[in-house]
Design a protein around this ligand. Structure first.
Ligand code: FES
Length: 311
């Protein structure tokens, strides 16, 4: 098994229950090996585990929220404005953050993971599709139970939030728009130059544009699965400086971008929206397990990995 970095390592949620069941993502000792092969250069997870008791594990909490506004963006596509605890919002102000959300009068079977689209001091904003029992019937005034913070909504080749003064290309399609706004705002603050190729996908809405500072980024409409448009994207990558590509959309979008990156022969860091089936978000249930090219089975709710290894 290769070394993998856990999204939670070094955070207040590490060590987690996986350290006590010998299933730690990052520490080989805490997976039952008798050697250390980690390249993690933060606080030693094994040491932290010895210094703490299992009862001291910081579990993610349930917070109370309330829907202040529900806006229809397209057929079955909605934006929720949710009032929430300020300190929780600060923990969510991170690239790739997501939450589990359910109505107050339902049990945890209804927990559904959703990306944080946007936030301000008192609210978070979620864009979601109303497609099943977990997502139907959210209405203005509803009280919510929201669990978090979770941070692995975007996975990639390194830490996207550390990218500075680079040329960044974002390709977002359909509901993938829901995970680009916080990254755009954070990356602009770090002096990055951003070009956004935006594809409506199956919706009739480029809703994300209404929430971004269009003076600061160049937006190019695209239909990614149209041959001419794909050529336009390839040409852009060939003729311009591109250090990083972030693809936000379905696995089909990610595979398309992977083939474009590989054919470009440029050295480009790649990040993707995490499309795994997320059930517990804690590395426990196994719903998000994917096989890497090296045949390692990894849990994508916690493991940070270069998407080249899984697409
Ligand atoms: S979602 Fe449960 S292990 Fe990843």
């Amino acid at each position: 098994m290769n070394f993998y970095k856990c999204m939670d390592s070094g955070s207040k949620y590490c060590p987690c229950n996986l350290a006590y069941t010998m299933d730690c993502i990052s520490c080989s000792h805490l997976r039952g090996e008798d050697f250390c092969d980690c390249i993690w250069n933060g606080v030693c997870i094994l040491y932290e585990k010895y210094m703490k008791n299992e009862e001291d594990i910081n579990q993610r909490k349930d917070y109370k929220g309330k829907i202040i506004e529900k806006i229809s963006l397209d057929r079955n596509l909605y934006l929720l404005k949710i009032k929430l605890d300020k300190s929780f919002i600060r923990d969510l102000d991170i690239i790739g953050s997501y939450i589990f959300i359910r109505k107050n009068n339902t049990n945890s079977h209804y927990d559904t993971p959703m990306s944080v689209f946007n936030l301000d001091e008192d609210h978070i904003y979620i864009v979601y599709q109303e497609i099943g029992p977990k997502t139907k019937n959210f209405n203005k005034g509803d009280k919510l139970i929201i669990k978090g913070p979770y941070w692995s909504g975007i996975i990639g080749d390194g830490d996207l939030s550390k990218q500075e003064n680079s040329s960044i290309l974002i390709v977002a399609r359909g509901i993938g728009q829901s995970s680009i706004l916080i990254p755009i705002n954070k990356l602009l603050n770090k002096g990055n130059d951003i070009v956004l190729f935006l594809d409506k996908g199956k919706f009739n809405s480029l809703y994300s544009i209404d929430y971004m500072d269009t003076e600061k980024i160049r937006i190019i409409p695209i239909d990614l699965f149209n041959y001419e448009d794909e050529l336009m994207l390839r040409k852009y990558i060939k003729e311009n400086s591109v250090d990083v590509i972030f693809s936000a959309g379905s696995d089909m979008v990610h595979r398309k971008i992977k083939s474009i990156i590989e054919k470009s022969t440029k050295s480009i860091k790649w990040f993707v929206s995490n499309n795994s089936v997320i059930c517990c978000g804690e590395g426990i249930c196994g719903a998000c397990i994917r096989k890497t090219k090296d045949k390692d089975k990894i849990k994508l709710c916690k493991t940070m990995i270069n998407p080249i290894n899984i697409y």
